[in-house]
Design a protein around this ligand. Structure first.
Ligand SMILES: NC(=O)c1ccc[n+]([C@@H]2O[C@H](COP(=O)([O-])OP(=O)(O)OC[C@H]3O[C@@H](n4cnc5c(N)ncnc54)[C@H](OP(=O)(O)O)[C@@H]3O)[C@@H](O)[C@H]2O)c1
Length: 189
């Protein structure tokens, strides 16, 4: 898992990657409520060639042409053991999902990234399954009722240390469409 040239971590560790607005919103109406292509490139660079674990709702939210996500072993967590979709591995517990995603082969190398959504990030964090977080902050406030939005899990600042920022120094990058964003990688303190 390469978080930077100086902060790479050995195999067998699990990362989570997400993007959130200023207040932690990651999704609304079953979708990601902004368009930052540069962040999608970061997502792709981070996860390609690895196993990814996602909730069934996140799988459903992917455009059909991106299912399964190319170059990644896609494991979908659902409580319905009969659920299946072409190109997806079904898992009914987080442990089973992480194990399936860590199997090498089919374009994956044993490294695992949890890719959402809110329920699955919260579960993975609560179960202590995560070693690395790659969090994109998008500099906007999504409007709407928070009770109906998908939210990022609370990240305890005492438990996680920022090991890399892009851009360096805590500033913002500006997407071509004018939206500001920045990415921070964290490891367990
Ligand atoms: N901004 C970002 O970086 C980002 C990334 C990913 C997703 N998102 C957004 O997040 C939203 C989706 O998040 P979400 O929280 O609604 O759904 P989710 O976490 O993607 O999936 C929830 C589903 O996962 C399964 N599940 C959850 N906990 C489980 C457990 N303990 N055991 C077995 N299965 C379990 C259940 O599937 P069944 O109902 O089939 O049993 C549940 O309905 C969308 O808006 C999406 O666009 C944003």
């Amino acid at each position: 898992m390469s978080t930077s040239s100086t902060a790479s971590t050995p195999g067998g560790r699990v990362g989570a990657v997400w993007a959130q607005d200023r207040s932690g919103v990651i999704g609304a109406d079953g979708d990601v409520p902004w368009d930052v292509p540069e962040d999608l490139k970061h997502f792709s660079r981070t996860t390609r060639g690895h196993g990814v674990v996602m909730g069934r709702a996140t799988w459903d939210s992917l455009p059909e042409r991106w299912r399964p996500l190319p170059g990644r072993r896609c494991v979908v967590l659902t409580r319905d053991p009969s659920w299946s979709a072409p190109g997806a591995v079904t898992a009914t517990t987080l442990a089973e999902a992480l194990e399936a995603a860590a199997q090498p082969g089919e374009g994956a190398d044993g490294e695992v990234w949890v890719i959402g959504g809110a329920q699955v990030y919260a579960l993975a964090l609560a179960e202590g399954a995560l070693d690395v977080l790659a969090i994109t902050e998008v500099d906007l406030d999504v409007e709407g009722d928070r009770a109906e939005q998908a939210l990022a899990p609370e990240v305890d600042p005492a438990a996680w240390t920022a090991v890399r920022r892009d851009p360096d120094g805590g500033g913002w990058a500006t997407a071509e469409n004018g939206t500001r964003y920045r990415i921070t990688w964290y490891e367990r303190s």
